[in-house]
Design a protein around this ligand. Sequence first.
Ligand code: GLC
Ligand code: GLC
Length: 819
Amino acid sequence: MRYGHFDDEEREYVITRPDTPLPWINYLGSEDYFALVSNTAGGYSFYRDARLRRLIRYRYNNAPLDVGGRFLYVRDDDSGDYWNPGWQPTQRELDDYTCRHGLGYTVIAAGRGGIRTETLYLVPPGETLEVWRTRVTNERSVPARLSLFGAVEFCLWDAQDDATNFQRNLSTGEVHVEDGVVYHVTEYRERRDHFAWFACSTPMQGFETSREAFLGAYRGWERPIAVEGGAMSGSIANGWQPVGALQTTLVLEPGESRDVTFVLGYTENPADRKFDPPGSRRPNTSGARAVIDRYRQTGRADADLAALRAGWEERLRSLQVATGDPHVDRMVNTWNPYQCMVTFNLSRSASMFESGIGRGMGFRDSNQDLLGFVHVIPERARARILDIAATQLPDGGAYHQYQPLTKRGNDDIGAGFNDDPAWLVLAVAAYLKETGDLAILDEPVTWDNAEGSETPLHDHLRRSIDFTLDRLGPHGLPLIGRADWNDCLNLNVFSDQPGESFQTAPNRPGGVAESVFIAGLFVLAAREAEAIAHLRGEEAEASRCRDAVATMTAAIEAHGWDGAWYRRAYDHVGTPVGSASNEEGQIYIEPQGMMAMAGVGLADGRTRTAIASVRERLATPHGIVLHQPAYASYHLELGEISSYPPGYKENAGIFCHTNPWLMIGEVITGNAEGALDYYLRINPSAREAISDVHRCEPYVYAQMIAGRDAPTHGEAKNSWLTGTAAWNMVAISQWILGIRPEQDGLRVEPVIPGYWTGFRATRQFRGTTYEIEVARGTRRGPAATGSVEVVVDGRPIDGTLIPLPQPGTPRVRVEIRLA
Ligand code: GLC
Ligand code: GLC
C-alpha cells in the first residue's frame, strides 16, 4: 500500500494522506539553521547544534505521534470552525491534502469548506530563519472572514536541560514583545548573546506568549482556547512555557488569494550591543528587525525557493543517470545524494529516532558519510576531513565522536573503538580520487585539537596505520578494543549492570579480543595509504604499507577463514565469533563484504564462497541480515549485540549499512544480477508499494529493517541518519554503474544485469563533463563474454580507465559496448 507517489520531474515526494504509518519527514536548511519538518508540519528547529541551540520543543515518544512543531490554524470567523492545514494537531477532516517534500523545502496544501491553503516551508540560503509562507484562497462564492494563527512552543535552548531541569526552567522563561514580534529571550539577560523570534508578514491582530493563555488550562494543542474563541489576550509569559502565538485576520472575496508569512528566526548580537539602550535590560532587536522587515515582503519566499532549487540542480548535475529503472534513477539522481547531504550535515544527531541530544558527529560515521558524495560538495568535504583529523589522538586513535559546535573530541564517550582511524584513510582517499587535490595532504592539522601540535595531514594517515599495527592480538589480527564497525559487538565489556552503557563501561583487562573485520578494513585502508604515499614519492612509506597488507592478509588467511566464510572475531579469551563452531551467530555479514572490497581471498576463491554463503544463509526478501542464527539470549561475552530482541538492530536485523558491501562484493566477483538484486531489496523506492510493511519514508534509506527473526520482518526504523546513504551511493554509482573516480582518471566499468540494455550517465569529474553511454551488444563483431569495448571521443582505448583529458576540456564522450 502507498501513501503517496514520486514526482520525479519536480524531485518531490508527494504524500497524499496525512496519516502515514510514521511521521514522514524532510530537512530544511543546510548551513547553520536546520529544521525537521514532517508531513503534518511537526518537528523542530535548531541553530547548528541540535542539543545546545534548540529553538522549539519536540516531545519524542508522544501520543499521538508528532504533535509538536509548527502550529498553524485556520479559523472561519463566521462559523467558528477551525482546522490545521497539516491535519495535526486538531485532526479535523480535510477535503483534500497533499504534502510535497522537495529538496530543502516542503509544501503542505489542504482545503476545507472552500478555503484552500498552501504553505511553503523553507530555510532561505544564507539565513538563520525558517519561513512558513501560506497562500490562502477563498474558493467559496461568498466573502470569507478568516483568522490565521501561527504558534511555536519555545525550547529553553539546551534540549536536554529543557526536558529535565524543571525546578529551574519553570522560572527562567522570558519573552519580549515589540512591534508585533515575539522575542524569546530566556537567559539573554545573563550569558546568552542570542534570542529567537516569531513574526508575521501581516499586521498582528493579537498574540499570546504564555502557553496556558493560548491553550487554556488542561487543554492541548488540538483545541486551543484562543483559537476556539477567535481572540488573543496579549499574555506575557513569566516562566512556565513561553510560546509565540500570533493571530492575523483577513477578509477574502470569492476567488481571492492572499499570502501570509510566519517567520521563526535566530539572531546573535555582539556582547557589547546586547541591550538597547546600552545599560538597559531591553534586548537590542535592531539586527533582527532588519531581517524581519526583509521577510515581511511578499514574493521573497518565491525567490528563495527558486534559489534553493537552482542550487540543488547545480549540485546534482555532478551525476545524473538514465537507466530505465525508476528506482535506480530517482535514488541516484535525487534522493540518495540528498540524504547524503543530510547525513553530512547532521551525522547521527537529529531525526525521528535520534533525539538531537545524544550523539555528536561520529568519527567513523562522518568519514563514511563522505564516501560516494565528495563530488557533490568537494570544498565542504575538504573542510570536514581537516576538522575530523584535527580531533585525532596522538597515538593515531580517535575520539569516537566530536561536538559540532566546538569541533572537539567528546570526552563522555572517549576513544578505543579500534576501527575508527582506518575510516579517515578511506575518506581522504575518496577525496583525493575525486579532486586530485594532493595539497590537502600537506595541510597542518592538530592532534586532539591542541594548538601547536600540527603536523601535515599525511602524517595523520601514517599514524592511523600505525594505530592498528601497534595493537595486534595473538593471531596477528587487530585488537577490537571497545568495538569495531559494529558498535554492539563489545567483546571486552562483560556488563551485568542494567542500564550500563556498553560503549563506555570499563573494559575487562587482559583480553585478547581481535576483529577479523578490522583486519579486512585495515587491508583496504593500507592499500589506499600505500597508493597515497606513492603519489607523494614516499617510497619507504609505500613499501611499509605494502608489507603490512601482506602480513595482515596472511593473518586473515591463517586465522580468519572458517571453512565457508570469514570469521567475525575472536573473543576476550580467544574463542572464535562468527564460526560454524558457535551455536548462534555462526556467520556475520560484515567480514564477507569487507574482504571482497579489500581484495582478500579473490585469487583463491574464498571470497566467492563467502559471498555464496551470505546468499544462502543471510539474504531475505527485505535485505541481508547481519548474522544468523540470531542470539536468543544475552551473552555476557558479546555485549550489546545480544541485548536486542532477535531480528532487531545489530542482533540479526537487516542493518542496511552493510548491504552495499555485499553488492560491491557481488560486482567484484562478477555477479551483476546478484548485485542489483540486493540493491533493489533495500532501495526505498522499490519498497514504496509495501509502505504499510516498511513504514518509514519511501524516499530515504533506513538504518535497519527488521530481520527474519523479528515478528515485524520488513519493518524499517531509523530512517535518514545512517551510513546506508553513503554506502549505497558508492555501490550503485561506483560499482554497479561502475563510474568510479581514480587518481589517474575516471573508471567506467559497469557490471549490470543481462536484462538491462544499457544506460546513459553524465558525470562531472575534475572540471570535465563526461557523457557516458553504455550499450549491450557490439557493432564491431562478437566480443567475448564479459569483455568490454571503450570508445572515448570516437577512439577505442584499452581498458576501462578514461585517462584525464587536457586541462580545460569541457566535455568527453564515452561509449561502452558490453558483450
Ligand atoms: C550506527 C552507528 C555506526 C555503527 C553502526 C553499527 O549506525 O552510527 O557508527 O557502525 O551503528 O553498529
Ligand atoms: C549504534 C547502534 C546501536 C547502539 C549505538 C550505541 O547506533 O546502531 O544499536 O546502541 O550505536 O552508541
